[in-house]
Write a protein of this length. Structure first.
Length: 105
């Protein structure tokens, strides 16, 4: 079995154990004000990290390409409170146009 499958299995078990742990935590702890605030901030931080990695990294290198412009456009459209599907479509269109006309990867 390739080594990456071991990593996938360990990661899956870790995620599953956290899911089960969530059901075992008493409601008074899970609904505590600080826990709710921390969970909300952690969710935003993880999503921001995922977005940054997927936007800026290709393989082992940092790459500046059409994805940065698309994320910038998406951020402006979210700030203007446009619907999610519109933001995704416009950001994809911006990336596609930059790749087509400017040859950005």
């Amino acid at each position: 079995m390739p080594s990456y499958w071991i990593t996938v299995l360990v990661g899956s078990l870790a995620v599953f154990s956290w899911k089960i742990l969530g059901y075992l935590i008493p409601g008074r702890i899970a609904n505590h004000r600080e826990v709710v605030i921390f969970a909300g901030k952690l969710t935003v931080a993880l999503l921001a990290a995922l977005t940054a990695v997927e936007t800026l990294v290709s393989g082992q290198a940092i790459v500046l390409d059409a994805r940065i412009a698309a994320i910038g456009v998406a951020a402006i459209l979210f700030w203007r409170k446009l619907p999610f599907i519109v933001v995704v479509a416009v950001a994809a269109l911006v990336a596609a146009l930059l790749r087509h006309f400017l040859g950005w990867v």
